[in-house]
Design a binder for this molecule. Sequence first.
Ligand code: TXA
Ligand code: MG
Length: 319
Amino acid sequence: MPEAVATRLIAPTGPGIAEAAALLRSGALVAFPTETVYGLGGDARSDLAVARIFAAKGRPRFNPLIVHVPDLAAAAAVAHVSPEAERLAAAFWPGPLTLVLPLREGAGLSPLVTAGNESVAIRVPAHPVAQALLRAFGGPLAAPSANPSGKVSPTRAAHVLAGLAGRVAAVVDGGPCAVGLESSIVALDPPRLLRPGGLPLEAIEACLGGPLASDPDPARPLAPGQLASHYAPAAALRLDAQAPVAGEVWIGFGTPVSGGALTLSASGDLVEAAANLFHALREADALAGPKGRIAVSPIPEKGLGRAINDRLRRAAAPR
Ligand code: TXA
Ligand code: MG
């Protein structure tokens, strides 16, 4: 159990970013907004800071962390970037795409970050607060989603505090995340989708000019964090529900809402639904109460709908 600290809420201003960067330099943990979800940041070069991330989340040590850098040049300092990787980076960085690349020898990352692997997952976030923090800090930040391991990812500063208050030094409050789903993770040679996410598969395939393979064995995922039960609310989830039955809290999609009912998007917009997903799951969970039940409308399996359904299936999986 990590020692309790008083978690500070920091405004995303110049002085706030400077304070957050100073905390990170001291080896402390700072949660910060990205366009996908809030990340739990720590100095990726420091064994102590990275160990603190695993402890604060209760995350298994075999599950490696994503390294966040401000741009492609900083990525190339820690990993080998092949021409194919560079094509994806040029098209989608900064943005909701993580690339798994061969780790550069002598990159100076803590071996805990990669869980001893010879590859490293790298992401260049687009959120202006994440960019400002990376530049003020001046080094790579390891940052998993800022939630206790296995729980719903945070898309607002209040979500981070609900799960990690007392376990992290500070949260930089950048408001709600625009994308709302974690980054898509792609490994290369050959290109494979390890996790569907905030960048639609269709966009990645259009850039590469061919189909992406998917993770060959879901029981032994290549992205070790992709275990069956994840993103789990306390309530039980029923998916592809045409309507709620008695006692269920309903999360709709593509149908008009009335009187306080929850919806991912009344108009059936998948981008809006992605941005609302994790907040809606938290709200439904609070309404459902202990041992409650949540029912969710069908979501089309295309575009961001693939990642929404991936998260819903894991949230509904037996635990
Ligand atoms: O959008 C995101 O990606 C957010 C924000 C904060 O950047 N981060 C995030 O991190 O979702 P996390 O730790 O919750 O998920 C990282 C995933 C895990 O499934 C992990 O197993 C996988 O990335 N991963 C990390 N390093 C890897 C590697 N070297 N090879 C394969 N998978 C890796
Ligand atoms: Mg996560």
